[in-house]
Design a protein around this ligand. Structure first.
Ligand SMILES: [Zn+2]
Ligand SMILES: [Zn+2]
Length: 192
């Protein structure tokens, strides 16, 4: 893989498999693309059709919940680079990925059904919503929060995080995004 395709992804290719071409699988939702290899799904930004697409996918037995392959960083199939991850807080949390440029959303195999079961499909956008993030920021700003976190993590780990943050801050933005995505991928790595 060339450095350029590693950074931006290739047009029409699966965000995860990288070399597999995404295909439309149903004329009722021709913009919805599926990877024949990993069975992931690319949903372009088009909220009006979300419900129709949801019922379409719900009837697809090739997608089973609980098989989310979250450990790889995704690249936008429209060539916009790294997808931004949003953590879905369910009993078994996972990450959805969205392109900050074209706002397409990538579902690893099974993720759609998990969201549908949790009735979260209508709330997809809020996962990347600035006001939701602002709420989290407020929580971090509560008095004693940082001290409590330092105590919970222990001093060595806490200062390692500070060192890491300082190093990441010095990077240009795209590289910092890539480093963070890699960190998340490392955290998500679980045994097969
Ligand atoms: Zn794939
Ligand atoms: Zn994009």
């Amino acid at each position: 893989m060339s450095a350029a395709s590693a950074a931006t992804g290739s047009l029409g290719h699966c965000p995860k498999c990288r070399t597999t071409t995404l295909v439309a699988t149903d004329p009722r939702a021709s913009r919805l693309l599926r990877c024949p290899s990993c069975k992931g799904t690319w949903l372009p930004k088009d909220e009006a059709r979300l419900e129709a697409v949801a019922s379409l996918l719900a009837s697809d037995s090739t997608i089973r919940p609980g098989e989310a392959g979250d450990s790889r960083t995704g690249l936008c199939p429209n060539g916009h680079g790294i997808l931004i991850r949003a953590r879905v807080e369910l009993a078994d949390p996972f990450f959805l990925e969205r392109c900050p440029e074209c706002h397409g959303i990538w579902f690893d195999k099974g993720e759609w059904n998990v969201l549908a079961a949790g009735h979260l499909l209508g709330d997809l956008e809020h996962l990347w919503d600035p006001s939701w993030r602002a709420k989290m920021k407020l929580r971090r700003a509560e008095p004693g929060y940082v001290d409590g976190l330092e105590q919970a993590l222990g001093r060595p780990l806490y200062s390692s995080l500070e060192v890491l943050a300082t190093a990441l801050k010095s990077l240009p933005h795209p590289l910092r995004q890539e480093a963070l995505a890699h960190l998340e991928a490392l955290l998500e790595d679980r045994p097969e």
